[in-house]
Design a protein around this ligand. Structure first.
Ligand SMILES: [Zn+2]
Ligand SMILES: [Zn+2]
Ligand SMILES: [Zn+2]
Length: 273
């Protein structure tokens, strides 16, 4: 199973659109892996995670090909993960020869579709919305997808996703703090070996664990997963979703993550398990 990171920044991207802090200035100067657009990832070539406002840029600049993508998992309704205005572009005359587009998400995502997609009544035949219920398996093509509860915005049911294809399993966990006990209980009761775990690292150098994770929180979460027998030294561990307020540009992030055995995502990173 292949995972491509298209957007690895937090809500405002890095550099933040309107930010004049030193770390944003430095990212603009250094460019390369210091430039982080907003959250999006693709499983193999056909299962998209999150519909960021940077989706079009990911197609134009990073080579994201949506031709064969008919399924979208949305983690939660925050603006860096879900940009409903682009859903209008599924219909004629903006798009030709498209299959039905399946969107999986929580109630807040559903509400944003019905209130924010321009002329939504003209787009309804182009997509199907499926409410993603925590711990209810979804069968999507040859994937089994399990929405799990995140610890994030308390006003909505934020989700992280376990994705299984054949004998491979990965866990995509952004935005979240320490996993809620219900999620840990589910993972233990339905034990699979996680081949890849992508953990939140929004606050980088700073500890959080309540809405997001810093590197120390990711290390703690990894230990828990390993102690419970869900993952091991063969698992690929990645940190992703970084904010300029966390303090570490890409090279420093790699240096710190290397000390504790994590890989660091960057826009365009491809990893296969
Ligand atoms: Zn986010
Ligand atoms: Zn900044
Ligand atoms: Zn969020």
């Amino acid at each position: 199973m292949k995972l491509t990171y298209y957007g690895t920044g937090a809500g405002e991207g890095w550099p933040g659109i309107f930010c004049n802090c030193e770390l944003c200035k430095e990212a603009k100067r250094l460019k390369g892996k210091n430039i982080r657009s907003r959250s999006q990832a693709l499983i193999n070539d056909d299962l998209l995670i999150d519909l960021t406002p940077d989706t079009n840029m990911h197609s134009l600049v990073y080579g994201l090909d949506l031709e064969g993508v008919d399924h979208l998992l949305v983690t939660h309704s925050h603006t860096d993960h879900f940009h409903p205005a682009d859903i209008e572009l599924l219909r004629e005359p903006f798009a030709h020869n498209r299959n039905l587009f399946h969107i999986y998400g929580n109630e807040s995502v559903r509400k944003r579709i019905w209130t924010e997609v321009p002329k939504v009544e003209e787009v309804v035949d182009c997509f199907d919305f499926h409410k993603a219920e925590p711990f209810q398996k979804l069968s999507i093509k040859d994937y089994i997808v399990i929405p799990l509860l995140a610890l994030h915005d308390r006003e909505e049911e934020c989700l992280i996703y376990e994705i299984i294809q054949g004998d491979k399993a990965m866990l995509y966990a952004h935005d979240t703090g320490a996993f809620p006990s219900k999620t840990m209980d589910y993972l233990v009761a339905n034990k699979v070996h996680l081949d890849l775990v992508s953990l939140d690292c929004t606050t980088q150098s700073e500890e959080d664990g309540k809405n997001h994770m810093g590197l120390v929180d990711a290390v703690k979460q990894r230990k828990l997963l390993i102690d419970l027998g869900l993952a091991d030294e063969k698992t690929t561990w990645i940190v992703n979703h970084f904010s300029h307020n966390g303090g570490w540009l890409h090279d420093r992030m790699v240096e710190e993550a290397d000390k504790v055995g994590f890989l660091v995502s960057y826009d365009g990173m491809v990893i296969e398990v």
